[in-house]
Design a protein around this ligand. Structure first.
Ligand code: ATP
Ligand code: MG
Length: 335
């Protein structure tokens, strides 16, 4: 159970615009939680550099995109604090302290880190960087720098939160009770699959429908989404359980009646994939249009977007600084 005094820390990497996986997996949750809990939303630019160190322009460009996506879905800067990781030096400092509390083999065993290293063979070759292997440590620093107790995340993040909890316990057992142990919370849609059928839609995986996609982009993507490979002719019976289009219908098609009809007609082979895709396109556009409209408001006001981020960063920094004094004292670094 969450308690009123809980503080939420969550965030996104500025590696691309946010997509519908984020929308169902984390953003909707944020918008709800900001009304009840103190909420901090981190734009994790330093973490984004761990696998984009050779492309700083990409990371910089996406900082404002992430802020705008959050604002567009309804994150309210008067309720939640949106802040920039690289402007909180305490996080980097804590990362160094925590790196003594975690072994290399424990990081190598982290299932999320393992999967991601395998996906990034082209970047890392045979040996991963120290920075990427250690990003769970810096993520533990993000959360604890602000005394976060609740971390709403997608399923892929659970092993990272577990690792953070281990670091906290180790810290407290050595230096005395200082840090709070955070809890992860998942939304109902904890892992949205990609257009290509991949288990995870991801910004870095090229299989996403972005919240800011145009009608044309949405149409093109849905038209090329993976459907039941056994369905060759239009009137072959289909299996909606192995079709990405029916998978997304379950997210975007709000009327149960409409949804049941889609599934029934697919199974009977009376509705072709093209008709089914067109209906999905319409429903996605209906859901995303108000978000895109709000986004346009901020796109026309870049100064306002920057101000929101800078004000939020100032607020987060103040908390991190105060917290750091306590942490350094516990570590006998209070000179
Ligand atoms: P990248 O591929 O660069 O890692 P990403 O799409 O994984 O990008 P992040 O910024 O790493 O996005 O993640 C932000 C938050 O969104 C995390 O809590 C993550 O668990 C959640 N998330 C990301 N992708 C999905 C998804 N497909 N379904 C549900 N939640 C997701
Ligand atoms: Mg990710």
């Amino acid at each position: 159970m969450l308690e009123k005094k809980d503080r939420i820390v969550t965030g996104d990497r500025p590696t691309g615009r946010l997509h519908i996986g984020h929308y169902f997996g984390s953003l909707q949750n944020r918008v709800k939680l900001q009304n009840e809990y103190e909420t901090f939303i981190l734009v994790a630019d330093v973490q984004a550099l761990t696998d984009n160190f050779n492309n700083p322009e990409k990371v910089q460009k996406n900082v404002k995109e992430i802020v705008m996506d959050n604002l567009a879905v309804g994150v309210d800067p008067n309720k939640a604090t949106i802040y920039l990781q690289s402007m909180i030096p305490e996080v980097a400092e804590l990362t160094v302290f925590y790196s003594n509390l975690v072994t290399v083999s424990r990081l190598q065993r982290n299932p999320t880190v393992k999967t991601e290293i395998a996906q990034k063979k082209e970047l890392f070759g045979e040996s991963v960087t120290y920075g990427f292997l250690g990003y769970p440590v810096s993520q533990a620093a993000d959360i604890t720098a602000l005394n976060g107790t609740i971390v709403p995340v997608g399923e892929d993040q659970l092993p990272l939160i577990e690792q953070c909890r281990e670091i906290v316990r180790k810290f407290n057992s050595i230096y005395g009770q200082t840090l709070l142990e955070p809890k992860a919370i998942l939304s109902n849609a904890k892992r949205i699959k990609g257009l290509d059928g991949n288990e995870k839609m991801g910004k870095s995986l090229g299989n996403a429908i972005y919240l800011s996609d145009t009608d044309e982009e949405i149409t093109k993507k849905v038209m090329s989404a993976v459907t039941d490979p056994g369905r060759i002719k239009k009137d072959d019976p289909g299996n909606p359980n192995i079709c990405m289009v029916s998978y997304y219908h379950k997210l975007f098609t709000k009327s149960n009646e409409e949804l049941e009809e889609i599934m029934k007609e697919c199974r009977a082979g009376t509705r072709g994939c093209v008709a089914c895709k067109k209906q999905l396109i319409k429903n996605i556009i209906n859901e995303l249009e108000p978000i895109r409209e709000k986004r346009r408001y901020y796109e026309e006001r870049p100064e306002l977007v920057k101000e929101i981020l800078m004000e939020g960063t100032k607020h987060a920094r103040k908390i991190a600084k105060e917290n750091m004094l306590r942490i350094k004292e516990a570590m006998k670094l209070n000179y």
